[in-house]
Design a protein around this ligand. Structure first.
Ligand SMILES: Nc1ncnc2c1ncn2[C@@H]1O[C@H](COP(=O)(O)OP(=O)(O)OP(=O)(O)O)[C@@H](O)[C@H]1O
Length: 263
């Protein structure tokens, strides 16, 4: 698909976001947008404010100043589960799976935001709840196929190698059928081969499901290959914003973060 047809209108916009923790200013007057269908990276040195920004988008942190707009509407002070119900899913820097549960059951927990029947229906009439369960299973089976993890579907995730756990975590976020997927360092701690696999899955997810993806990643090479646009933070301020080409040639970015020009 051509770039022009893949990327659509603005999906999410943060406007003039400032966030402090006591005396620490984590974010100062940050504005940028995320367009439908794009892969958008947030990069910056340690402590630059990347995770804080992701936490603002996912509703875990509420900034003292600024606004978040999602699908053309200003978002109120929603709780994280309400943001998730609107179609924003995320993964965490440290894997947050249920280690004793199987891959399949972990993926099923990703369906919670999509569940429509409640305890009342489940108690008095199993029909709708059973039909829903079948639908959820079908969706999860599709994700298992897509990520090529059939062999580990019954394995407790705590026994899986790290790279595989990260893949399951991606699968759980996919199970939520999000419009916007937030990935917090999806390749941290991976070897080169695992990083290549994960990069391929991220691009395939973007392509096949049309999911908009925003990711934080420390490996600059990976970020530049994956992303349509990159926003660079430094000491809580926005340093640069644009295509990988623009960002990698920006002198302020080279000075503050990259250290050397990546020609
Ligand atoms: N919950 C919190 N309480 C207090 N200070 C915080 C909290 N979260 C972040 N900070 C501070 O805000 C600043 C930005 O941190 P943040 O974790 O967002 O940066 P980061 O770019 O994600 O860093 P890293 O790459 O190391 O994960 C840091 O000075 C950090 O210590």
């Amino acid at each position: 698909m051509s770039e022009a047809s893949r990327i659509g209108d603005t999906l999410l916009e943060v406007k003039n976001i400032s966030l402090s923790f006591g005396g620490v200013k984590a974010l100062t007057d940050i504005s940028f947008d995320i367009k439908e269908g794009e892969v958008r990276a947030i990069i910056g040195p340690n402590g630059a404010g990347k995770s804080s920004m992701l936490n603002v988008i996912s509703g875990f942190y509420h900034p003292q100043e600024g606004e978040v707009w999602f699908r053309g509407e200003k978002r109120g002070a929603l709780k994280p589960y309400q943001v998730a119900r609107q179609g924003v899913a995320r993964t965490f820097q440290n894997i947050a799976l249920f280690k004793g549960m199987s891959t399949l059951d972990n993926l099923m927990t990703g369906r919670i935001t999509q569940m429509k029947t409640n305890m009342f229906w489940q108690a008095i009439w199993k029909g709708p709840a059973e039909r829903e369960e079948i639908e959820h299973r079908e969706r999860v089976e599709h994700i298992i196929d897509f990520l090529g993890i059939q062999a580990i579907r019954k394995t407790p995730v705590g026994r899986l190698p790290y790279g595989m756990q990260k893949r399951v975590e991606l699968g759980r976020a996919l199970a939520a059928e999000a419009k916007l997927l937030l990935l917090d360092e999806p390749m941290a701690g991976m070897n080169m081969e695992e990083k290549e696999d994960m990069s391929r899955f991220i691009l395939d997810v973007n392509d096949e499901f049309g999911t908009t993806i925003t990711l934080i990643e420390h490996d600059i090479g990976v970020v530049m290959d994956l992303s349509d646009r990159v926003v660079v933070l430094d000491y809580g301020c926005k340093l640069a914003d644009g295509t990988p080409d623009i960002v990698r040639n920006d002198q302020a970015v080279i000075d503050a973060y990259l250290g050397v020009s990546h020609d």
